[in-house]
Design a protein around this ligand. Structure first.
Ligand code: WT7
Length: 635
């Protein structure tokens, strides 16, 4: 009996138990019955968290694009694979069938091959949310190249750091992008990045906004003529189960971004299986995830998970507020969207606009609503439930991470009773644990601790590109024999999980994961700055916003502080991207430090949160006198 599609709570518990008691048998059945393999595995799982090393479906051979495209052609060739909704609401949407997707992926794959890209090479993709983005991912996978998508909101410096870290030889970009009423000069950003990327031999450019751009002789080429000249057939490279499929960078609390490496077979099986169940996708449904493919949500739940199930997945190029705040609901109405997956920050921004704007649209097609990226607050949950779901569509609050590859803790709609602000139960095969600070697992219910996962799952990241030691140190060294997520969580009286937020120096702003260290490094580059510390503070739309405490070299700095604030945010935009700009910048005479010189962020966090009644123990501070001064001048 197949357990591919869970339909009742009883079935969930039964399948969950099986997935924990006999994980190998369980995943073997799922893999065997629902995917296309060139060769089956010799061993389902081998693992050792102390190394750490995890292998799923070892010995198997496959190509993920045959699973996402080719195998559907006989039965779903004329079915829409991708609906592309452009930024301009007046422009018509594009419906790309599975047959057309096959042809376009093959053409792009052949272009890459003609450019000398080989199995195992890294390809950087820096594109807006246009069909070529999804096609570029699949084209890489077709020929066994490893894609590294960089979100097109990142700056030139962020882009070059990522290109160099994984040694990409080729970049796929566009002349520019549309964003609401604005255009962005993507190619200009790439040109700037290229000044620091001597390893890149070729930049392929999609024409999107018809802007007048500079093409660098020998290095740059327009993509369309190459696609036109390429064959529509491209044999899929036969890959090993553990061959790397992609690299995706995520912020760490310290140092440079971490290139999380995902491998092929396990990622495919898990992203597809979770997609089917978490969204209860049925043939002919239209599914829409509003994320950008530049994030893991887009990789797993716009591209791979949906396509592996032969689904229709919608890609939206624009923003929620263009031409007005009704755009999301207009799209749901227009394309009769059945499953809608977005982030709490978007829900809060839209809720602020009131319910009237929603009422203009027919949202009756909606069956399942999802959220991801940060904890959803009670108010936003209820607004979403009442105004969008009309209390009929269950909300799946899905907790997961770039590192986990797929959804880990989530309700299954129509199966798991939901509870506002709770991600509820672990998905099939997932074994969460909560740890106290001394590393003991907290057993039973009604406990709160650090969230870990104690058993491997198929889509877990296998390493950090070029730095396995960092992978081990970051995720497997805090708690023995456990993957540490960096999040805190509680388990209620019935065993439901609620994620309480990060317990490290990562701050989630509008659903974007930002490390404090890289932002501080950027600020400290300003010649007037001596040192800085960033903390998060609650924000009604963004969830958290950034508060910077900045000490200047010259306390008597005569320049106007507002100008300095602008300059600091300018540096942050250049080094990281506009998403990392600070909402508040307070100039301080000093920062509270421990005797060993470590900045006491705990105190700064309290000041930023305007909760200074109990600052905890400040007796170990080197310079306690600066604290009162910071409180008195807090913004
Ligand atoms: C961090 C991972 C996974 C896709 C998007 C983010 C936070 C994610 C939830 C949720 C509470 C959540 C966690 C996690 N997070 N989903 N449903 N409830 N927090 O991926 O950028 O790797 O960020 O996002 O803190 O660790 P990411």
């Amino acid at each position: 009996m197949s357990n591919y599609h869970i339909k009742s709570l009883e079935e969930y518990f039964q399948v969950y138990r099986k997935s924990i008691r006999e994980p190998e048998n369980f995943w073997e059945e799922i893999a065997e019955e629902h995917f296309l393999w060139r060769k089956k595995w010799n061993k389902v799982l081998s693992w050792d968290f102390s190394k750490p090393e995890v292998k799923w479906f070892e010995g198997a051979k496959l190509n993920i694009t045959e699973n996402c495209i080719d195998r559907h052609l006989a039965t779903r060739g004329e079915k829409t694979a991708i609906i592309f909704e452009p930024n301009n609401p007046e422009a018509s949407a594009e419906h790309i069938t599975y047959n057309q997707l096959h042809e376009r992926v093959c053409r792009m794959a052949n272009v890459l091959k003609n450019e000398g890209v080989e199995k195992g090479d890294r390809v950087c993709i820096y594109l807006p949310m246009i069909p070529e983005l999804a096609i570029a991912l699949l084209a890489c996978a077709r020929i066994g190249a490893i894609h590294s998508v960089v979100f097109a909101g990142f700056s030139a410096t962020a882009l070059s750091t990522r290109i160099n870290d994984s040694d990409c030889k080729i970049v796929i970009t566009s002349d520019g992008s549309y964003r609401g009423s604005k255009t962005i000069d993507l190619k200009g950003i790439v040109d700037e990045a290229m000044e620091n990327c001597p390893g890149v031999k070729k930049v392929l450019v999609v024409k999107r906004i018809n802007s007048d751009i500079q093409m660098n002789d020998g290095r740059d080429a327009w993509l369309q003529p190459l696609l036109d000249g390429a064959s529509t057939e491209c044999l899929a490279e036969v890959m090993n189960a553990e061959d790397h499929l992609f690299i995706l960078y995520t912020s760490g609390s310290t140092g440079k971004p971490k290139g999380m490496v995902h491998s092929t077979a396990g990622y495919m099986v898990y992203s597809a299986y979770t997609f089917k169940n978490v969204f209860q996708y049925r043939e002919n449904d239209v599914y829409w995830c509003t994320a950008d493919i530049g994030w893991i949500t887009g990789h797993s739940y716009i591209v791979y998970g949906p396509l592996a199930n032969g689904a229709t997945t919608l890609m939206f190029e624009g923003v929620p507020h263009h031409p007005d705040f009704g755009r999301f609901w207009d799209i749901v109405d227009k394309h009769k969207v059945n499953q809608f997956y977005t982030a709490p920050t978007a829900i809060r921004a839209l809720a602020k606009q009131g319910a009237e704007i929603v009422e203009k649209y027919d949202l009756s097609s909606l069956k399942v609503l999802g959220t991801v990226g940060e904890p959803i607050n009670e108010e936003a949950w209820h607004w979403y439930n009442e105004n969008i779901g009309k209390k009929k569509s269950p909300i799946v609050d899905t907790w997961w991470q770039t590192e986990t590859g797929g959804i880990m803790i989530t309700p299954i709609p129509f199966v798991t009773p939901t509870k506002p602000t709770y991600a509820t139960l672990p998905f099939i095969g997932i074994q969460p644990s909560l740890m106290d600070e001394s590393g003991n697992e907290l057993k039973g219910n009604q406990v709160e601790g650090r969230l870990c996962i104690k058993f491997p799952w198929p889509s877990m990241a296998r390493t950090i590109w070029g730095n396995h030691q960092r992978y081990k140190d970051t995720y497997f060294s805090t708690f023995e024999n456990n993957y540490f997520t960096g999040d805190g969580a509680l388990r209620d009286e019935v065993g439901y999980y609620r994620i309480t937020g990060r317990v490290d120096d990562v701050i989630i702003v509008s659903g974007h994961n930002l490390g404090t260290a890289p932002i501080e490094d950027a600020i400290n580059e300003h010649p007037a700055v001596a040192e800085s510390a960033i903390v998060g503070f609650p924000h009604d739309v963004k969830g958290s916003a950034l508060y910077g405490f900045v000490t200047l070299n010259d306390a008597g700095e005569t320049r106007v502080h507002d100008n300095l604030r602008k300059e600091i945010n300018q540096i942050i935009s250049e080094r990281i991207g506009a998403i990392a700009k600070l909402d508040k910048i307070q100039f301080t005479n000093g920062l509270p430090k421990t005797r060993s010189g470590k900045i006491m962020r705990r105190i700064l966090r309290k000041i930023a949160e305007k909760d200074t009644s109990n600052l905890g123990d400040t007796s170990t501070l080197l310079n306690p006198e600066c604290v009162q001064d910071i409180i008195d001048n807090a913004l």
